[in-house]
Design a protein around this ligand. Structure first.
Ligand SMILES: [Ca+2]
Ligand SMILES: [Ca+2]
Ligand SMILES: [Ca+2]
Ligand SMILES: [Ca+2]
Length: 503
């Protein structure tokens, strides 16, 4: 039984940061600032290069805190995002025959035909998610990953960032700080997502995967309650490797990802921190694939991050009737639609039997745009297999152009991008395409532009009062005036696309 999750938006004034634990800000200093001096002016932060994470004191407003700050260029809330899986019954059936989303030539991606175009090469695919279980169907495929979760109340592994991306479970019990009236079992969400992309084929175990030659780079960013934007953004950068991929607390990634899957998100316009990380990954040659989200929202009116960021491939979900799943977000930001399932026919992939801490390997069924996104990430890894240097904007264009018409809700232009993915055509087109250098779309005509919160050291503190509430109906342009435009969205996590496992 699918439960319809509802976005809970708290209409709170900005001074309400004391409402719960872990209300944090990302403070970015001006480029020419003396970082040591400037960071001393920002109390309660953890210094990093040109950026600090600041937790406000009980009852302290941003306006009050900012009075003492020097050389600050941007301030935005370090929002917590969560994954986009949904509740579904488990079939716990190990046969690929049940993976309609792969093998059905109507509602699935028709993998048998796709494999005639490319059986896949060793492409590094990052799954930026809840971490990974060392599932038997992923044996020999998992690279050295990273656990990017800095807050120990979220990490659930007893420490902050570390080199072990193993998923310890993300269950929430009534005693947990993020408990919101509903407990849930561990999701093993990252393992499910990874299995769709690259589970071992033809080994007599469990399920098939789209690119059985791909290597998995697990980046753990979601724990109990979800994950902070700053950790997710750092996870994207680290996964992409290179000079901009060096993040606090971790060694550089020796295996830069060419595909990065983000089956996660939250409400609100694309954050400055998130967009910067995505843009960096794209310039490094990665394709960033993101889930549209499960709130049945028209994202033209109600932006979702990172789904409405620029330079990403945004994926909506379809059901076994090849129509948009009822829960899937839609709008101009959607580039392509892929199977994400819908009760009673979810996506079948890898799981774990543990309700809290890990148990044994299993096969589970889940539905969500979280499950649609890794279908596209897997297909993109096949496109990269035939054309390793193909740029993100080329991949996006090919997917959009090759998609096929859908009926129902998606018949309306501008709701579902290129429509239902036509994987074999996309891979064939990729092999014919001459790779270009990555190009960033500063003002993407396809995606709504992100709201970049520019904070000036204005003395006009009175303007903060105009920012006391958030109007979700009007999109990013509807936020009140004043210094904090675009950073006011406070939302509860874990209410968006929670996953419950029934194994
Ligand atoms: Ca840790
Ligand atoms: Ca860890
Ligand atoms: Ca298998
Ligand atoms: Ca896009």
């Amino acid at each position: 039984m699918v439960t319809r999750f509802i976005l809970i938006i708290l209409l709170l004034p900005f001074t309400a940061f004391s409402a719960g634990p872990n209300k944090r800000l990302i403070v970015t200093f001006k480029k020419d600032a003396n970082f040591v001096q400037a960071s001393r002016s920002v109390q309660g932060g953890a210094p990093e290069n040109e950026r600090m994470i600041v937790e406000l004191k009980e009852g302290e407003s941003v306006q009050e805190a900012m009075k003492q700050w020097q050389d600050v260029a941007h301030v935005e809330e370090d929002k917590i995002l969560s994954h986009f899986g949904m509740t579904n019954p488990s079939v716990n059936d190990p046969r690929a025959d049940d993976q309609w989303h792969f093998f059905d030539d109507f509602s699935g991606i028709d993998l048998n035909t796709v494999w005639s175009e490319s059986a896949g090469e060793e492409i590094v695919v990052a799954v930026v998610d809840t971490g990974i279980r060392p599932h038997r169907d992923l044996e020999g495929r998992i690279l050295q990953g990273a656990d990017m979760i800095s807050d120990t109340s979220v990490s659930n592994d007893g420490d902050g960032r570390d080199r072990d991306a193993t998923d310890p479970g993300d269950w929430v019990a009534p005693g947990d700080p993020c408990y919101q009236g509903q407990s849930h079992n561990s999701s093993w969400h990252g393992t499910h997502v990874a299995g769709t992309i690259l589970a071992e084929n033809d080994n007599g175990k469990d399920v098939a995967g789209i690119n059985p030659h791909a290597k998995l780079l697990p980046v753990r960013v979601l724990g109990k309650c979800g994950g902070y934007t700053s950790d997710i953004a750092d996870g994207i950068r680290w996964a992409a490797g290179g000079p901009g991929g060096i993040v606090a607390g971790l060694r550089p990634n020796p295996n830069p990802a060419k595909v990065i899957n983000l089956s996660l998100g939250g409400s609100g316009a694309c954050d400055f921190t998130m967009q910067s990380a995505i843009d960096y990954a794209v310039t490094q040659g990665a394709v960033v694939v993101v889930a549209a989200g499960n709130s049945s929202l028209d994202m033209d009116q109600n932006p979702v991050t990172p789904a409405t960021c620029n330079n990403v491939v945004t994926v909506g979900a379809s059901n076994k009737s090849r129509q948009l799943s009822w829960f899937s977000n839609h709008g101009r930001a959607v580039d392509i639609v892929a199977p994400g399932g819908q009760s009673p026919s979810g996506v079948i992939s890898l799981g774990n039997s543990g309700r809290t801490t890990p148990g044994s390997d299993s096969v589970t069924e889940m539905s969500g745009t979280s499950m649609a996104s890794p279908h596209i990430a897997g297909i993109v890894s096949l496109m990269k297999s035939v054309n390793p240097d193909i740029a993100a904007h080329q991949v996006e264009s090919i997917l959009r152009a090759s998609g096929s018409v859908m009926s129902g809700m998606c018949a309306v232009p501008g709701r579902c991008g290129g429509g239902f993915v036509f994987a074999v055509s996309a891979v064939a087109e990729a092999s014919r395409t001459i790779a270009e250098d990555p190009v960033l779309s500063g003002s993407d005509s396809i995606n709504p532009a992100p709201t970049v919160p520019l904070i000036t050291r204005s003395d006009d503190e009175g303007s903060g009062g105009a920012c006391g509430s958030v109007d979700m109906s009007g999109g990013p342009g509807s936020f009140g005036g004043g210094m904090f435009i675009g950073i006011l969205l406070i939302f509860m996590l874990g209410n968006i696309g929670k996953v419950r496992r029934y194994a």
